[in-house]
Design a protein around this ligand. Sequence first.
Ligand code: AMP
Ligand code: MG
Length: 410
Amino acid sequence: MLNQKVQKTRLELFMLSVEQTRKRLEEEIQLTNSIVLNIDEAYDYAISQDIISPIDFPSFDQSAMDGYAFRIADLQKHTQLEITGEEQAGDTTEKAILKEGCAYRIFTGAKIPLGADTVVMQEKTLRIDNLLSILDADLKIGLNIRLLGSQTKIGETVVTKGTRITPGTASLLAGLGLNTISVYQKPTITILTTGKELVQPGQSIQSGQIYESNSFALIHALNAIGIKPKEIQWVDDTLKATSKSIEQALIDSDVIILTGGVSVGDYDFVLPALQQNGVTQLVHKVQQKPGKPFYAGKKDAKFIFGLPGNPASVLTCFYMYVLPSLKKMMGFSQSNLPTIYMPLQASYKKKSGLTHFLKALVQEHSVELLDHQESYKMNSFAIANALVEIDSAITELAQGDLVKTHLLYV
Ligand code: AMP
Ligand code: MG
């Protein structure tokens, strides 16, 4: 018993820690090439160049309200102003000139006439025919005027390289008149699922067989970052079949994600097959649970991830290692899942030596560690919205202790 324990501790010493694994991957990742896309096609890409504004925004002094434009100093001499003109949004004629004692009818987004310095909102006025009384007690110069360049000045850097294009970014850039943008390409990906026991869902099954579910998890997780895998293939548990599929996938894709067959069983052929194909190992085995046999390798600029076959290990390793690597490749300056510290809903105990990644549910004020954490079970993952990371050295946490919580879906 004691011997077994010593042997286990020794094995863990040879493994990389979670942090070492993250660092190792980060060091090796290379950026994809840039491409130019229309802004409406660029959702969720990362920008590959700083964006300099080609214009001032707004490009003219603009009314922020439907109301009347006038000169505030005129109110000292005039109790009523004469309405002498109108400016509508979109009027492109020369700027109107406001005479002393006069006001212009104006609408949101319209050009401010020359000489006007304030806009009063329609609701705070009284208009009788062409005469206007202003009822606003809180007037001050510049009220309800959006000044030229008050959002962005021409030549200003508006977004930096590595920024994720969100609906907000798209609106900002389009508003500055840009219709295309330079972004980092998404890598092409082949998914290879290994395992003689696997049967496609929807088909009949015999005792000893199981339904293949890992590719479905990966397809969904990749879809969430806008990637449609190029190939999804099943591979038999033989060295020849595994090696051949890897050889083809290395030609077809920038990244290969394998599931299963990365352990040391007699029918685990992923490692020797990768070796046969000249792939250099970067990581194999990490001090973590689940997902201990995780593998990562590289051939030229191509990346290969070998995820342990159990479905919860697949998704855990995907979110902790594959996703950040893909996002780094795609140029995102923020490549990890968003992480927050949340108080535990209940205490938790574990042995030291391995970092635990626990399927969890973030609620408003705390995080709940779900039942069914075993790596073959997916009923916890199916309802989880987060993975809680508990460091290898920690053995005990009390209710209310803050834990590192990686948010899965934002
Ligand atoms: P392996 O890493 O190949 O030893 O597989 C570990 C466990 O995960 C075994 O119980 C496999 O049957 C299961 N497994 C492997 N691949 C898949 C898959 N694609 N879908 C569902 N379960 C799998
Ligand atoms: Mg297997």
